[in-house]
Design a protein around this ligand. Structure first.
Ligand code: ZN
Ligand code: ZN
Length: 118
């Protein structure tokens, strides 16, 4: 099992050691990695968590897409009027908390190993 200290942003991976970087994932990816089942992964825009297809497709990104910007491009989101950019940030924060936050943590190297099968 992983030990994670959120405040320090460090992870102690039993395979790759202490202090390597990590990704946050939805609980399904976390489970898949631990079960050695390989599933597709998708990035949560801007916040960067890893989501499985089911989680990703549950999210309605029209609050970004309807503004005519690329949901994965931070620069284009930041070019919006501040009020709109703030709404995007607030909404992504809620999505992040719902799908990713404290759902799963995986070290960068373990994720790379996992992701090459997906
Ligand atoms: Zn998921
Ligand atoms: Zn690892």
């Amino acid at each position: 099992m992983f030990f994670i200290n959120f405040k320090m942003g460090a992870i102690d991976c039993k395979i790759h050691g202490l202090g390597v970087g990590f990704y946050e994932t939805c609980k399904h990816i976390n489970f898949a990695i631990r079960s050695k089942k390989y599933i597709e992964t998708f990035d949560l825009p801007i916040f960067g968590g890893k989501l499985c297809r089911d989680c990703y497709e549950q999210i309605d990104f029209s609050f970004i897409d309807n503004l005519g910007v690329n949901r994965n491009d931070l620069d284009s989101i930041l070019s919006l009027p501040e009020e709109q950019a703030q709404i995007i940030e607030d909404t992504l924060t809620l999505i992040y908390e719902q799908f990713v936050w404290q759902r799963g943590i995986v070290c960068l190297f373990c994720f790379k190993e996992f992701d090459k099968y997906s």
